[in-house]
Design a binder for this molecule. Structure first.
Ligand SMILES: Cc1cc2nc3c(=O)[nH]c(=O)nc-3n(C[C@H](O)[C@H](O)[C@H](O)COP(=O)(O)OP(=O)(O)OC[C@H]3O[C@@H](n4cnc5c(N)ncnc54)[C@H](O)[C@@H]3O)c2cc1C
Length: 460
C-alpha cells in the first residue's frame, strides 16, 4: 500500500498503532518530540534501584499485551507481580488497614464501621440512575454504597488510578464498567456475579482479575521494544507544529534540530496529550481546540525512595497503600515497589514510589517549595511505615500535566471528537484522553484506531 499514515507522539498509544499498521504493510512515520520513545512510560536504573517515573506496572486486561511483547521479542523480560502484591492497604486513623478481599475479611475488617457494612446490604435495592455521564463517581457511590464506603474505599482508589477527585470524575466516562453494572444488571453486587459469566465468554479480563505485569528493566522496556521494530519509521526529537489540509491529504510540519520539515500524510493519527494537540488543530477547528484545551490534567509529583530494610518496622507484605482525603496527608499513597517486583532494589534495601498532588491537591506545588513539601511527605510516610532514619536513595519527577480527568460532561468532548473525525476525514484523535488512561486501555484503544486507520488508508 503506498498510502501513508503519520502518527504524532511515540507514547504507547502511538507506537502500538504504528506497529500494527507497519505490520500490515502500510507506510508509517511516527513523529515524537522527545529524544526517547515511551511518553509517560519512563524507567531508569539509578544507583542499582530500578525507578519507574511513570506507570509502575500494567494490568494484563487484554491478550494484545502479551502478543505485542512476543512479537517485539521481550516476552521473556515480562514479569508478574509477586503474590504479596494482592494485599492492599488503606490508611485509616493513621494506621494501615488491609483492604478486605473476601466476605470473611470484610466482616472482620476495621476499615469500615459496622454501620457501613450493614449499609452495603441495601445496595441491591438501590434503584438505577440515568445520568451516568453527568453524575460524579462520588454521587454514584454515595447513593449505592453510602458515604463511608466513598470516603474509605473509592476516594483513595480514585486517587490511585486517576490521581483524581471523585466529586469531579464522571462515573460513566471514567469508570464505564462500574456504571455498566448498574445500567445492565441493576446494581453492583448483582452485576459482579452476573458480569463474571459474561466476561468468561470474552477474551478480555476484568481489572480485578487481570495479572499485574512489568518488565525486568521497567515499563519503558515495552515502548522501547516497539520503537525498535519501527526503526527508521520513527523520528525522535521532532516536535509537530502544524497540520494543514492539502487537497485530500494533509501536510504535517515539525521542527527537528531547529529546522522546519514536513511530511505528507493520507491519514494523521494524533496521540499527543489533549493540552498539546489543541494547538495543532486550532486553525482547522476552533471548537475542537476548546474541547481539547479544557481537559484537565492535574500535576503529580513522583517521589521514589530507597531505605535499608532493617530501618523499616512495618511488615512489607503488600502492594502498598492509598490515603483517603479525610486522613489529611500531603501525599496520595505509596507503592511498595520492591515488594511487588523484587528486582527493584539492591539486596538489603526496599524501594517505594510515592505520589503527591493530583486533582485532590494541585495547589500544594504553589503553596510550598519543593524541598519543604518533600520533607513533610517524608515525615508523614516514615511515621506510617515506622521507619527510623532518612532514605538512602531519593529521586523525584514532576509531571506538570499528568493524567487526563474524565470529568462530568466529558461525553460532550467525546461526541465532538467523533464529529470532528467525520468532518475531517483522515484525521484520528487518539491517546489516553479517549478510551481509558491505563496502559491496557491505551493498547486496546490503539487497536481500534489502527483498524480505523487501515480502513481509511484502503479507501483514499
Ligand atoms: C505518573 C504516572 C503514573 C501512571 N501509573 C500508571 C500505572 O501504574 N498503570 C497504568 O496502567 N497506567 C499508569 N499511568 C497512565 C499511563 O501511563 C498513560 O495513560 C499512558 O502511558 C499514556 O500513553 P499515551 O501514548 O496515550 O500518551 P503519552 O505517553 O503521554 O505519549 C504522548 C507522546 O506525545 C509526545 N508529544 C507531545 N507533544 C508533541 C508534539 N507536538 N509533537 C510530537 N510529539 C509530541 C510526548 O512527548 C509523548 O511521548 C500513569 C501515568 C502517569 C503520568
Amino acid at each position: 500500500m503506498n498510502k501513508k499514515a503519520v502518527i504524532l507522539g511515540a507514547g504507547i498509544s502511538g507506537l502500538a498503532t504504528a506497529y500494527w499498521l507497519k505490520k500490515d504493510g502500510c507506510e508509517v512515520t511516527v513523529i515524537e518530540k522527545s529524544s526517547q520513545a515511551g511518553g509517560a512510560m519512563v524507567s531508569a536504573w539509578e544507583n542499582e534501584f530500578l525507578v519507574d517515573y511513570g506507570p509502575n506496572s500494567g494490568l494484563e486486561t487484554t491478550p494484545l499485551i502479551r502478543q505485542l511483547a512476543e512479537e517485539t521479542g521481550i516476552a521473556d523480560e515480562m514479569i508478574y507481580a509477586s503474590s504479596e502484591g494482592n494485599k492492599r492497604y488503606i490508611l485509616r486513623d493513621g494506621r494501615l488497614c488491609a483492604l478486605p478481599t473476601g466476605a470473611g475479611a470484610f466482616l472482620t475488617t476495621k476499615l469500615f464501621s459496622p454501620k457501613a457494612k450493614l449499609r452495603l446490604l441495601k445496595e441491591p435495592f438501590v434503584g438505577k440512575s440515568n445520568d451516568g455521564y453527568y453524575q460524579s463517581i462520588a454521587e454514584f457511590v454515595r447513593r449505592r454504597l453510602g458515604q463511608e464506603f466513598l470516603d474509605y474505599a473509592i476516594n483513595p482508589f480514585v486517587a490511585g488510578v486517576y490521581a483524581g477527585n471523585p466529586d469531579d470524575l464522571s462515573v460513566k466516562s471514567a469508570f464505564p464498567k462500574l456504571y455498566r453494572l448498574e445500567e445492565v444488571y441493576g446494581g453492583l453486587i448483582k452485576g459482579m456475579f452476573k458480569g463474571a459469566k459474561e466476561r468468561k465468554q470474552s477474551a478480555e479480563t476484568s481489572k480485578q482479575s487481570a495479572r499485574m505485569f512489568s518488565f525486568k528493566n521497567g515499563m519503558q522496556t515495552f515502548p522501547n521494544a516497539i520503537a525498535a521494530k519501527l526503526e527508521e519509521n520513527l523520528i525522535l526529537g521532532a516536535e509537530v507544529k502544524n497540520i494543514e489540509r492539502d487537497g485530500g491529504a494533509y501536510t504535517v510540519k515539525y521542527k527537528k534540530n531547529g529546522v522546519m520539515e514536513s511530511v505528507q500524510a493520507d491519514v494523521v493519527i494524533s496521540t499527543i496529550p489533549a493540552h498539546a494537540a489543541c494547538y495543532l488543530f486550532q486553525e482547522m477547528d476552533t471548537v475542537l481546540f476548546s474541547h481539547l484545551k479544557s481537559i484537565y490534567y492535574p500535576p503529580v509529583m513522583v517521589l521514589y525512595l530507597g531505605y535499608k530494610e532493617e530501618s523499616i518496622r512495618q511488615p512489607l507484605d503488600g502492594f502498598g497503600y492509598l490515603i483517603p482525603q479525610k486522613e489529611n496527608k500531603s501525599y496520595l499513597g505509596a507503592i511498595w515497589s520492591s515488594v511487588i517486583f523484587p528486582n527493584r532494589a539492591p539486596e538489603g534495601y526496599a524501594s517505594f514510589t510515592i505520589f503527591i498532588g493530583g486533582a485532590r491537591s494541585p495547589q500544594l506545588f504553589d503553596d510550598m517549595n519543593k524541598e519543604d513539601l518533600i520533607r513533610q511527605v517524608l515525615v508523614e510516610f516514615q511515621d506510617v511505615m515506622k521507619i527510623t532514619g532518612m532514605p538512602q536513595f531519593r529521586v523525584d519527577k514532576m509531571w506538570p500535566r499528568a493524567i487526563p480527568q474524565y470529568n462530568i460532561g466529558y461525553i460532550e468532548h467525546e461526541n465532538y471528537f467523533e464529529e470532528f473525525e467525520k468532518f475531517h476525514r483522515g484525521i484520528l484523535l487518539s491517546g489516553n484522553y479517549r478510551g481509558g488512561i491505563s496502559v491496557g486501555d491505551c493498547i486496546k484503544s490503539s487497536e481500534t484506531v489502527y483498524k480505523k486507520a487501515l480502513d481509511l488508508l484502503q479507501q483514499v
